[in-house]
Design a protein around this ligand. Structure first.
Ligand code: ADP
Length: 689
């Protein structure tokens, strides 16, 4: 029974196998056909190809690969990838295959290797079937020629840049000679024609020098020879210094040139200030160059900040010609200019932005431009800097807290400048109002007067269309109800003698745009009667006690109106009677017509300086036996200043900026000394009688 059953099963199995055999055969044939097709496809390829299955067994290889590894086909087919070494380390290959097996849809891996002295690119492409790893295709490409060509090009590039760097350096030396000698020649006596020629040489030599400097920088960056420095510098000072040096160019073109740094950005950062200045100089000079009318504004913002570092955004915007969209990227390339025509209107080499963008890249930052043709451009630079730990906050607003809520009027037709000034004033807790024209200013002044809160300070732009700022200042000073307002003139002139016509109108201070935060603070402090902060003083010493001092008739000789006003403020507050003179000649005239107990004499004054005036006074006193105490005021505390003043016949000396307590104590000291000398003189005379 059992035997029969077994036979039956055997028969059935046989039938099954017989049915399977043709199917398997069919499948095998299909595989062979596909493999033959594949093999035909890859055999002629000019790169090595190997197929391995999911067990890492090599199922196909092409002739190129066999030649590359110097093996015969039977030596390889059916072996695993680990049975022979063809140059790629097993660890590296294994690591990648394990990774392919673990993560379906892994992307291919491309490696650049030097195998048996041949430069190759190896591509490992995993094959997945129904989400499962099913093998690998390994391609091997000989790129020896390409790599050699690249290396050669790099060496040639490096050599070219090095050559340029050396050349530029060598050219600079004789160029210095040309410029220096031309300058010397220009100082000699010349005919107008000769002067013109020499000035031509000088200006051409200077532009050539600028070009050489650009090329030198560029080639240094290219040759990777430029190393960034890392020093700590105060951001606020740095920005103002940078813009101040370019103000002249902007003012020459009658452009509004403004600088907007939020007052709290007053810390020290660590970086290469020289190179950062070069970048900003280039952007600002370009803005000035490509703008015929309107404004150029430098804006600094924080993009992000931690305790350790800060990411700053510097923006230089202008209302100039703008840049067409098609040129906005290429202008950052070497020698690229938006206007490439031979007859282009603006000079330049097209190197500035290429250098700037390379420098920004070296600093790990980003540079980009937004622009609208005919409307203007905005260049942005964003760079991160480490912060200097415990860097002093240079410009606090504690100094002006005394004036909290003080009404200030800003009169300027330029919206950006009004906005910047308003921010500064608000930071000091003052109460700013804005007027964009003389007419609007007048109505605000009238309103403020009627409401009983007249403006204490009027910040007045010197150049406004419509009602002239002269007329406005004149009107204010002529009008007794509002004449007490302190007018500060904001000008675009770099020449301080510009201040003179306004001084006659009672303008108390003259500030040159772009307005520096600390300068405005000092000017407000000065006109409102607080000396600029130099070194911290103990609070108790700030207000000198009135009772401790006598009251004297004092002649203040000082040509600077702000300093004179400050001296007046300090002395009058103390109960002294004060008269002012602008120069030595006026001092002598005042002495003819009035009697004084003491002279406070600036040593540097126009027409007749303090030394000369003192000499005349002392000469006259020889005849009368009188002696008026003279205290010299000097701008710099130099060694030997005191001796010079005493030798010149002065009694003592004080350095500027004037500090109230020091000045009052000195006056008291000098005046008491004189009184003592006088009484001793009288006593001696009495004894003689
Ligand atoms: P250069 O100013 O010496 O030509 P740059 O590399 O500094 O070289 O600038 C390249 C070009 O970019 C300029 O020639 C100009 O066409 C354009 N460009 C740069 N800045 C401005 C700007 N503020 N307004 C308009 N065009 C500008």
């Amino acid at each position: 029974m059992q035997q029969e059953k077994d036979k039956k099963e055997e028969l059935l199995e046989g039938l099954e196998v017989r049915r399977e055999i043709p199917e398997r055969k069919k499948a095998e044939e299909a595989i062979q056909k596909e493999t033959a097709k594949l093999s035909a496809m890859i055999s002629g390829m000019e790169e090595g190809v190997i197929f391995a299955d999911k067990e890492d067994r090599i199922v196909e290889v092409n002739d190129y690969f066999l030649k590359f590894v110097n093996r015969k086909r039977p030596e390889i087919i059916g072996k695993t990838l680990w049975d022979f070494y063809f140059g790629l380390s097993f660890e590296e290959l294994k690591k990648n295959i394990v990774n392919f097996k673990q993560n379906s849809h892994s992307p291919p891996i491309i490696l650049q290797k030097s195998l048996h002295g041949i430069e190759t690119i190896i591509r490992l492409q995993p094959i997945y079937h129904k989400e499962q790893y099913d093998g690998i295709i390994l391609n091997l490409i000989d790129v020896t020629e390409l790599i050699h060509a690249k290396k050669e090009a790099q060496t040639a590039d490096g050599a070219k840049s090095e050559f340029l760097a050396n050349m530029s350096h060598e050219i600079r030396t004789p160029m210095n000679g040309i410029i220096g000698m031309t300058e010397l020649a220009l100082k000699t006596e010349l005919t107008p024609e000769q002067r013109e020629y020499l000035e031509g040489i000088k200006s051409s030599a200077e532009s050539m020098m600028a070009l050489i400097n650009d090329i030198l920088d560029f080639s240094k960056i290219e040759a990777r020879k430029l190393e960034l420095e890392s020093t700590s510098f105060n951001l606020q000072d740095f920005i103002y210094d940078t813009v101040s040096s370019l103000a002249f160019q902007a003012h020459k073109k009658k452009l509004e040139f403004l600088c907007n740094i939020p007052p709290h950005i007053s810390y020290n950062i660590i970086g290469d200030s020289k190179r950062l200045r070069q970048i900003l100089n280039n952007l600002i000079s370009n803005s000035i160059k490509f703008t015929e009318k309107g404004e150029v504004v430098v804006h600094v913002q924080e993009e992000s900040k931690t305790d350790e570092d800060v990411c700053l955004r510097f923006t230089v915007s202008d209302t100039g010609i703008g840049i067409p969209a098609s040129k906005r990227q290429v202008i950052f390339d070497v020698f690229a200019q938006a206007d490439g025509s031979m007859t282009r209107k603006y000079g330049g080499t097209g190197l500035g932005l290429a250098i700037s963008s390379q420098l920004v890249e070296l600093m790990g930052g980003r540079i980009w431009v937004e622009s609208e043709e005919g409307k203007g451009s905005k260049f942005h630079v964003s760079i991160s800097f480490d912060l200097q730990k415990h860097s002093e906050q240079k410009l606090g607003h504690a100094e002006l807290l005394d004036f909290k809520g003080l009404p200030v009027l800003v009169v300027d037709d330029n919206t950006s400048n009004r906005h910047i000034l308003k921010e500064m004033l608000l930071n000091w807790n003052l109460k700013p109002a804005e007027a964009e024209s003389g007419g609007e200013a007048l109505s605000l002044i009238d309103q403020a007067k009627t409401s009983g809160t007249p403006f204490s300070i009027i910040l007045l732009d010197a150049f406004m269309p419509g009602m002239d700022s002269f007329m406005l200042a004149d009107y204010i000073k002529q009008n007794p109800d509002i004449a007490k307002s302190t007018i500060m003139m904001l000008t675009s002139g770099t020449n301080h003698s510009d201040a003179n016509p306004w001084q006659k109108l009672g303008v108390s201070a003259h500030l040159v745009k772009p307005i520096k935060l600390s300068e405005l603070q000092d000017a407000i402090n000065l006109v409102l009667g607080i000396a600029p902060k130099e070194e911290p003083e103990p609070l108790t010493d700030r207000q000198p006690s009135k009772a401790a001092h006598g009251a004297y008739r004092i002649l203040v000789a000082e040509d600077n109106i702000v300093n004179r006003k400050l001296a007046f403020f300090i002395l009058e507050k103390q109960g002294h009677q004060v008269t002012g003179s602008c120069d030595g000649k006026e001092v002598l005239e005042a002495l003819e017509s009035d009697i004084f107990d003491l002279i406070l004499m600036d040593v540097q004054m126009p027409k007749m300086d303090g030394f000369e005036a003192t000499a005349v006074i002392r000469e006259k006193e020889k005849k009368t036996g009188a002696h008026i105490p003279i205290i010299a005021m000097t701008a710099h505390a130099m060694i030997g200043d005191r001796e010079r003043c005493i030798e010149a016949g002065m009694d003592d000396y004080i350095s500027k900026p004037l500090k109230a307590d020091r000045l009052l104590n000195l006056i008291e000291h000098v005046a008491t000394k004189k009184k003592r000398a006088q009484s001793e003189y009288l006593t001696s005379k009495k004894i003689e009688f």
